[in-house]
Ligand binder design. Structure first.
Ligand code: GTP
Ligand code: MG
Length: 170
């Protein structure tokens, strides 16, 4: 039968982790080597067909710069899903991702579908955060985990698809 749903989704993570690049890849199929740092937040929408349902994602791409941190609750409040993004070449960005998870666990919607994305998977030779470490962390915290690359498109559609599959159906 017909099953259309709208899902507010927020991306959180350190500046430069690749949040905007993941969204640009998913929504427009593009990648920019010199993607500009986000100011405040940016809004996008994209529809995905999953089994017998159509999910319209209403996507808030937040700014990772610390001075915008206080705005984040406006974007994750009421969100059905969150993607917490880190850069696999940066230990600091992984630490920042864990802080976002803690904040969502304390203050976010308890039914929120949470995904952890280890982005820049194409930079394998500069990798600092192992799949094992990230996967173990994700399991402990009830997130699902994928390494992604906005540059090569690896796992980007799959990430959104997996979120769509996990959304509670009305
Ligand atoms: P803020 O808006 O400042 O929070 O950053 P952001 O998380 O939106 O990061 P953004 O998408 O602007 O990407 C930062 C830089 O990383 C850009 O120069 C991108 O081209 C680059 N980048 C993003 N994703 C990837 C990736 O998967 N692989 C590689 N090699 N570079 C990437
Ligand atoms: Mg950005």
């Amino acid at each position: 039968g017909h099953n259309n749903l709208n899902a507010k989704l927020v991306l959180l993570g350190d500046m430069g982790a690749g949040k905007s690049s993941l969204v640009l890849r998913f929504v427009k199929g593009q990648f920019l080597e010199f993607q500009e740092s986000t100011i405040g937040a940016a809004f996008f929408s994209q529809t995905l067909a999953v089994n017998d349902a159509t999910v319209k994602f209403e996507i808030w791409d937040t700014a990772g710069q610390e001075r915008y941190h206080s705005l984040a609750p406006m974007y994750y409040r009421g969100a059905a899903a969150a993607i917490i993004v880190y850069d696999i070449t940066s230990i600091d960005s992984f630490a920042r991702a864990k802080k976002w998870v803690l904040e969502l666990q304390k203050q976010g919607n308890p039914n929120m579908v949470m995904a952890l994305a280890g982005n820049k998977a194409d930079l394998e030779d500069k990798k600092k955060v192992t799949v094992e470490e990230a996967h173990a962390y994700a399991e402990e915290n009830g997130l699902f985990f994928m390494e992604t690359s906005a540059k090569t498109a690896i796992n980007v559609n799959d990430l959104f698809y997996e979120i769509a599959k996990r959304l509670p159906r009305a």
